[in-house]
Design a protein around this ligand. Structure first.
Ligand code: FES
Ligand SMILES: [Fe+2]
Length: 457
């Protein structure tokens, strides 16, 4: 195997604790059983912090964002004091949905059915014919049903459990890992949401391993070290997973197969940062990563990437792929963020809502396009959120490759022949996820150290 320069080893990421696994066999019913779907909803989805909104979508008091998760619709509303409150999007008179659009601005929410007026803080200030209610005027008595809400990395997170742990406690090591990237300032440059015919866990299973890369995405090994022996896999106590893949480098898999090391993707990356690919051919191919880090330090400053000053050298080039329990996977780079989320379908365990989004910094004056998974997007572009059914349009080449597999796997999980998994160690993050889901179902989570986010306010 071709040798790496010594400096390559210089900055290992700190290991996470890797909790002991029990050896779950992950049988197929977990992906299609209505009963299991119901158990998950009652005991896991409604007890866990969910990334649901984005702060910059609702900058002013009265701005709201409405997002769906399973059978629920949640309203996130900017308050007069600039804090954000989250409510179930359901009128407390007779259950009408208050709004249906994703984003909007209101003085107050007026229910479309009988006109009750709910203020942005959830209080009721108008009900028609208040004297006609035998139990008394509902104003001052009823409020919208509020749930815990907090923010991190510019995202709005909600939790339907009134007795939940704090978001910081829930996120564990993610909090520190992400702080230096300044993700809260980044903008969305791709927003594709598709209803996909597979259970949400099939999607997360897929993003919880890189074992499929050589087969499903053969194109990536020119710029990412996809060989598992050179990759660090981590599992946190809180249930989140991390995979550290060195990037800006040829993969050792290429070397193993005796293929050309400096592929066009890597050459493009080098040129992007002002380096000449020809300087690295003929034995210096594994020096590209370090050279890129040096070039990025200098050029990043010129581009206005202030976050580069906070980041360690390896964070400049490398791919940190996280899966945040339960439904959010993300690849984080120094200059971009691939957002992958699967939300449960309201009623059908065999479908999910899949978000394939991209965030990147937008420093003032920077005009170079953002390179998203779906191609370049102008830095000042107004990006439309596109919602569609699977196969109505492409989700990008790479994600189409993934979904082609996950939708077929959903069919396989219904087969009598599927008896459960036979996992490689590099796939153990999948097992961890399933064991954690079971812990929620058995009522063992959240962790005993509770500090109710609502009570703390
Ligand atoms: S259901 Fe909302 S006012 Fe009647
Ligand atoms: Fe994939």
């Amino acid at each position: 195997m071709t040798a790496r320069p010594e400096s390559w080893y210089a900055q290992p990421a700190e290991k996470w604790p890797d909790p002991k696994l029990k050896g779950h066999s992950i049988p197929g019913y977990r992906y299609h059983s209505k009963e299991f779907f119901h158990q998950e909803w009652e005991n896991m989805w409604t007890k866990v912090w969910l990334l649901l909104g984005r702060e910059d979508e609702i900058p002013e008091p009265g701005d709201y964002q409405q997002e769906e998760v399973g059978p629920e619709s949640i309203l996130m509303v900017r308050q007069q004091d600039m804090s954000i409150k989250a409510f179930y999007n359901v009128c407390q008179h007779r259950g009408a949905r208050l709004v249906f659009n994703e984003l909007g601005t209101v003085d107050a929410f007026t229910c479309p059915y009988h006109g009750w007026r709910w203020e942005i803080d959830g209080s009721l200030t108008f009900a028609l014919d208040p004297e006609d209610f035998p139990e008394g005027d509902p104003c001052g008595k009823l409020t919208l049903n509020e749930i815990a809400c907090d923010t991190f990395a510019g995202f709005i997170w909600v939790n339907m459990d009134p007795d939940c742990v704090s978001l910081k406690e829930f996120l564990g090591p993610i909090w520190d890992d992400w702080s230096d990237y300044e993700i809260h300032t980044w903008k969305r440059y791709l927003a594709l949401t598709a209803t996909v015919p597979c259970n949400w866990k099939v999607v997360l299973d897929n993003f919880n391993e890189s074992y499929h890369l050589p087969t499903v995405h053969p194109q990536v090994d020119g710029v990412v070290e996809e060989n598992y022996q050179w990759t660090q896999f981590d599992m946190s106590e809180e249930g989140h997973n991390r995979m550290w893949m060195q990037s800006g480098t040829p993969s050792h898999s290429l070397a193993k197969r005796g293929e050309e090391l400096l592929k066009p993707g890597l050459a493009f990356m080098l040129e992007q940062w002002g380096l000449n690919p020809d300087d690295f051919r003929g034995g210096r191919e594994f020096e590209t990563r370090e050279a890129l880090q040096k070039a990025m330090r200098v050029k990043g400053k010129e581009m206005g990437y202030t976050q580069f000053d906070n980041l360690k050298d390896h964070q400049l080039t490398d791919t940190y792929h996280y899966t945040l329990f339960p439904n959010f996977a993300v690849s984080v780079w120094a200059d971009g963020f691939h957002f992958l989320r699967a939300r449960p379908h309201p009623t059908d365990p065999g479908q999910c809502l899949f978000d394939n989004w991209w965030y990147a910094p937008a420093p003032e004056g920077l005009t170079t396009p953002v390179m998203t998974i779906n191609g370049p997007v102008e830095r000042d572009a107004e990006v439309e959120h596109e919602v569609f059914n699977y196969l109505d349009r492409s989700l990008s080449n790479l994600i189409d490759q993934d979904m082609g597999i996950t939708t077929g796997q959903q069919l396989g999980f219904r087969s009598r022949a599927y008896k459960g998994v036979y996992l490689a160690k590099q796939e153990h993050r999948i097992r961890r996820y399933h064991e954690l889901i079971d812990e929620y179902i058995e009522g063992k989570r959240p962790a005993p150290k509770r500090s109710s986010a609502i009570a703390a306010e």
